[in-house]
Design a protein around this ligand. Sequence first.
Ligand code: NAD
Length: 510
Amino acid sequence: MSQSEHLETIRNVIGGKWESSRTTEFLDVENPATGSILARTPLSTAEEAHDAVAAAAEAYDQWRFEPATARVRPLFRLAALIRDHEAHIARLIALENGKSLTDALAEVKRTCENVETACGMPVLQQGRRLTLASHGIDGEVMLLPRGVYAIIPPFNFPAMVPFWFLPYAIATGNTIVVKPSEQVPLTMQFLAGLIEKSGLPAGVFNLVNGDHRVGSVFTSHPRVVGVSMVGSTRTAGIVAQDCVKHGKRFQAMGGAKNHLVVMPDARVDQVVRNMVTSCYGCAGQRCMASSAIVAVGERMYRKICDAFVEASRRIKVANPLDPEVANDPMVMGPVISAQARRRILEVVEKGVAEGATLALDGRNLHVPGCEKGHFIGPVVFTDVRPGMTIHKTEIFGPVVVILKAETLDQAIGIINAHRYGNGASIYTQNGFWARKFKMEAEAGMIGINVGIPAPVAALPFGGMRDSFWSETKAQGTSVIRFFTEEKVVTERYWPEQDPFGTGSLRNITS
Ligand code: NAD
């Protein structure tokens, strides 16, 4: 018997029952800071994915007719449960994902905010009516639920990303099947327990752990009406194409390379502190992490290169759960896996080979006591030109490239020529430059003196170009369109004829 057979095995939730998977294939869930194995997750079978969809379809028949006020009642309880357990959930996230406790707690708070926003559904899901659309005719737009939705999140936000969709899908009257990232299943396992305690009826929420094979059952299943998927652009493309082929709605949100433009008037002290948090939070593994700095003008370029490298040197790299650093907001943990680390180091090699200057080299960093962890210290490249591999690629690690532009137009040109368009920020005190940037930079989320322009739960989240294969964005009021059918009723009644010949219709009721 191998060591991993003694470990906790992650379970599925199908039709309200906690089930051990029937699969024979398991994946070890690793603590990326120590390399220790935390649990094992089943790579569930296609039959189990089918069972989950069937359970969701059965629950839908009743759930769709529950009044909106009844549908949000369990969500109010869920929000309170998440808040009560936020420290524990943050710890689980830090354990399996490797991000700092500060980052993990911020993730839990945004998770909860999404549940709270969805609690407004009795107001948000109200349709529209045009009385007197024509003579004696009224028009009505109803926002109705559609059926079973699938949610397929990535590894970097085990709680928040599924909750960009989960509470909204449920509150609008749909039922769901969720497949967490196979790399970080522990957080959703715990949240599934809270969902159960919230009193949500069996089958409304179903959980199937597994890899891309479970995902592709969902994207091709005839009973699934829509898919919300977040991950790499490659996977987003596959999911989008599968959904088109099988006639489903989809949200497929992909990779990113976010730029920070520093104008000559920017407050360097404030800016550098802000950029450091944006670039190294979650070890650069946020879809909103900035990884390309564009300084405008030679003077600012030199200043930023010096100040940013200096600030990057001061980043504390450690096991985020080490009690000595656990409360330090500036601690940076490992990247998610040995494979991710290898991939990142290969891109760094390419940067060196292509002639960029390696101004800070975090490749050989060692964290005492964490010899099996997947750590990389901050890596900063200067003298980077657009088109170099380190600028073109989403590195998804603590690697930052600094480029120079002569003008704001040139800086915007660099952003707009890039394949990704998730977020982009400008640092300036000048209103004209800021306005030009927000109008012309092609990214779905814009920051003005804000390094991580991730919108709050009530506002839409999503990028442009290769960062976003879909029409409706995540969270807030935008996502309601994705989860509802705008059914339009055109309605008229002819004057009643008197069926009794009494001369008065009032006699019928008297
Ligand atoms: P990934 O693409 O490897 O996996 C994402 C999810 O898709 C996982 O649950 C995976 O099991 C599933 N999957 C993989 N192949 C599939 C298939 N053929 N059919 C159905 N499901 C499939 O991504 P990852 O490595 O977990 O996450 C990192 C990526 O996510 C980065 O590129 C990052 O930029 C991106 N991301 C984007 C956003 C955004 O808002 N645009 C947010 C967070 C993360």
